[in-house]
Each structure stands twice: as structure tokens, then as C-alpha cells.
Design a protein around this ligand. Sequence first.
Ligand SMILES: [Zn+2]
Length: 442
Amino acid sequence: MYIHDNKKTRGNGFSRIAFVTVLFLVIAIAGFLAYQFIFISQPVLKGTDGFTVLPAAKTIVLQGKHIKSLEVSVNQGDRKIELLKGTPGGVEKTYTLQIKPKDLALSDGIASIQVRAESGMFKKLSQDIKATIDTVPPALNIIKSPEVVSQGGAGFVVLMAKDTDSVFVKLEDRRFPAFRKPSEQSAQDGKASYYYVFFPIPYDVKENALLYAVAQDAAGNQNVQAIRSTIKPVSYRLSSIAIDDKFIDTVAASLLNETSISDHASAFKKVNEDLRAKALEKLMDISKNTDPKILWNEAFLQLRNGQVMAVYGDKRTYQYKGNTISHSVHLGYDLASNAHAPVEAANSGIIRFAGDLSIYGNTVVIDHGMGLMSLYGHLSSISVSEGQPVSRGDIIGKTGATGLAGGDHLHFGMLLHGYEVSPLFWWDLHWIRVNVLDAMEG
Ligand SMILES: [Zn+2]
């Protein structure tokens, strides 16, 4: 009995220990599972959409959160190539992958990208992404390009490109878009097309600046060809303009919409520098809306009986009470005729802007297509409206002295993709024939 009891007690003791152990294990496992379920965050991986199109070379940046392990592989046919494996991330980590399909012996076409990430037993992320591999860059040839382009001048290039999404000329960080030759604008993709680009050499571009023609495809492959035009330096004139309180009180007051100016020098500086910069920005905006065709085929007209008062590139310093208070560069031609002389459209095109343009006063901008525009400033009256087509020689308004002007004159400017270039070339039929019309004919 005692022994039995003892046995029983011992048996009871044993099963109690077993029970407690099991209970402890159950609690520990439940705790572990609960921890995994509740306290481990779901893995997050951003940037995997970068895999959908893979050109010849691509850098893909993935932003991971709570990732314990990450595997990325590319599968094509029966091949599987690891792109990333293991790599624990901690709370946040950036993974950078440089993918060159040819180095991985992948063929152009479709591949599948598998992304597997986990932060814990139950928190996993799995993505299968369909990738299009396209490593063939678009074809690009320079057909015609100018030998020499002047500072403040313009160039015209004819390109031939195939399988491209965008074609442009690059000059430092500026891009000038190409337009398909008008007769080929409805041509099908997959065939080579001619492209035209008008590009400016803004007055302050250095002689050693480099010009490139670039064709890009939708996948991001690009073909870059150097344009071997020489940039010819131009020395600009220096001019000094004396201004007085009366000039500032009349001109600056209305541009700033103030009736009493206390600090004349700073009011003038504000008009000449801040408002000038804003007006140039506005011109850049206007220039974006251009017709894809060339809307003209003759030399540009100059103001009739206009006397040249200032030329393109004049570096102006402004003197007030014996001190230089401001500087500017004059980016057009000032032409004076009789007061309120009729102003003709210099060439055929579409009116893109007709109204007040700050320091330019009442202004008309005509779009001649493919990024080329002409500008008429300081008008006393405007007789056209935006969107209206005009022919070469149509009257668009009358000269005046609105905006930042000392007297009645026309400020005439030529713009290419929003940059003011010298009108001189565009008044010259010989230059136009040699550089544009002949180049278009092949
Ligand atoms: Zn001017």
C-alpha cells in the first residue's frame, strides 16, 4: 500500500513534471508563434517594378524593410540565375543591383524575375515579375550637321533613326527635341525615319561645349553620336545706359504696380533682374507649345524702315547717380521706326502669345514650328490673338514703349526652344538656304 502509494505518488510526480514541461513547451511555442504572428512585421520591398523592362544596363534600387532574408533570381527557359541571395537587412536596407542581361547570357525577350523575402516564419513576400529584355539600342545616324555654329546662333541637323522613343540634341544639360520629317510623321515604327532638330547655341555657351545627337528607346537603351560642329565665339558689345529717378518712377512703378518708390536703385534692380528672369521663364513655358511642322519657307522680315538701336548680345550696365547698379544681356534687336509703326509677322506661323509680358510690355510670340518662334516686344497695340494662324507680312500690332523701354521701338527676338538667339541669321536668305532648306532636300 505504502509502496503502491509511493509508486502512485512517484507516478503522480512524474506525470506532473511531464505535464508542466509540456505545458511550458506549449506556452513557449504558442508564445513564439504569437510573437511571429503579432510582433514580426510583414517584409516590405519597394522598387521591384524596375524589373519590368531591362535594357542593356540598368541599376535597380530596392528599398527593403524588416527583411531577414531576400532572394532575387531571373529565370529564362530552364535557366535560373541568382541576382541576390541571403543578405539580411535589419529594419531598413537599400539593395542596389546592376543588371546587364548580356553578361548574364540572357536573350532579348521575356524573362521572369522571382522575388522572395521573409521577415519571419509566417511573414513572407513573394513576387513573380514578367520582365521584357531589350538590349538593342535604337539606330541613329547624323545625315547633315553644320560645320560652324556661332555663339547666339542656331544650327539645324538632319538625323535618321529607327526603333526610337525619343530623339534629341544635347548641349551640356539642355535638350532640344527632334521632330520627324513632316512627310514621315505618320510613318510606322520599325522603319527608319528622318528627324529634324533646330538647336540654339545660347550666347553664354562656351566654345568647347559638346553637342550630341541622342536616340532613346522605351526600354532606356540609347545611341549617342557626337555632332562635330565648331562653336564660333562672338565678342559682344558693351553698352552703358544712364537711368534717372524719372525713368524709374514711370517705367519701374508700373511694372512693379507701385505708386511710390522709395528706393529707386533697388526698384530698378528688381525690375531689370527679377522680372527679366521671370519673363525668360515665361518664354520657356510658351516655347513648349510648338507645332511639329515647319510652317515657313522664306527669310524672316525685319521692321520696315527700322533703325537698329541695339543688337543681340549687348552687355548692358546701368548707371544711376554715377554708380553701376545692375547688368543685363540684351537678347534681341531693338529697331526704331516712326512711333506706332505697323509691325509685320516676320514669317508664317501661329500666334502662341499675345498680351502683357512684364519687361517686354505688350508682346506677340509667333510659333514657326519645331521650336522656332519670333518675339515682338514693347508694342503699343496688338491686333492678333492666341491660336490664330498668320502669314508672313500680316500686321500683328504697332510699335510702342510698353514694358521696360525708354522710347517707341520694336524689340525683335528669335527663340529656339525658348532660348533667344540672334535674329541676324534668320533675316539672311542665304544662311537659311544653306543651313536649312538645302539640308531638308537631302
Ligand atoms: Zn530690346
